[in-house]
Design a protein around this ligand. Structure first.
Ligand SMILES: Nc1nc2c(ncn2[C@@H]2O[C@H](COP(=O)(O)OP(=O)(O)O)[C@@H](O)[C@H]2O)c(=O)[nH]1
Ligand SMILES: [Mg+2]
Length: 195
């Protein structure tokens, strides 16, 4: 298919993790386009469909979501979607995860537990993921292996260090995720998420 070769493949990648872990920072540092932060008012009906304890009284709310793009090479463009961290927006995750190549889960070793929900979600949905430990000013309290153990990750899930503020570092994370997905697919251990 000569035509297909002329156009780069565009793939969707999710950037997840707890609040304040550096999702917006990573998307901003690496994106070629002005990162977009969308704000949407959710209607009462939209919220109630997935509301859990304590949020029912809210009629409208604001959703901030990061969106960016990075060209890896002539053949590959990644579209980055930062996932909303707040638990009341879990219903958006299913929409976001649909058709995603994989996910970067950002972790802060000072608050490692904050990324549990994201790790759990991607495990349950069979979405390939990579854990990127964002080293706030070199404040890396645990080794990559300690993070792996603490998160109880499968051996195949890559864990790496990064500095979300640095473009090159963020890019390496995304390249590593793509390579991980390719490895998993080649090994036939990964089943594509239904899309
Ligand atoms: N020192 C330091 N600060 C960072 C780093 N990454 C993010 N930050 C800061 O941490 C705060 C939260 O980051 P942000 O990207 O907004 O987190 P988000 O909630 O995951 O989107 C911001 O003030 C960032 O400037 C980092 O690697 N080092
Ligand atoms: Mg953010």
């Amino acid at each position: 298919m000569a035509d297909a070769e002329a156009v780069p493949t565009a793939l969707k990648v999710l950037v997840a993790g707890g609040f304040g872990v550096g999702k917006t920072t990573l998307v901003s540092s690496v994106s070629e386009i002005m990162p977009l932060t969308t704000e949407e008012m959710l209607t009462d009906a939209g919220v109630s469909a997935d509301s859990t304890d304590g949020v029912e009284q809210k009629t409208t709310t604001t959703v901030a979501m990061d969106f960016g793009r990075i060209t890896i090479d002539d053949d590959l463009v990644l579209y980055l979607f930062g996932t909303p961290g707040q638990e009341r927006f879990w219903f958006l995750w299913d929409e976001l995860a649909r058709g995603a190549l994989g996910a970067v889960v950002l972790a802060d070793t000072r608050r490692l537990a904050d990324c549990f929900p994201a790790v759990d979600y991607f495990e349950r949905h069979g979405t390939p993921m990579l854990i990127a430990v964002n080293c706030f000013d070199g404040d890396q309290r645990f080794s990559v292996e300690a993070v792996r153990t603490a998160l109880d990750l499968e051996k195949t899930v890559p864990v790496m260090l990064c500095d979300a503020r640095r473009r090159e570092s963020s890019k390496q994370v995304l390249i590593a995720l793509v390579e991980h997905v390719l490895t998993m697919r080649t090994a036939g251990r990964h089943q594509t998420v239904a899309g």
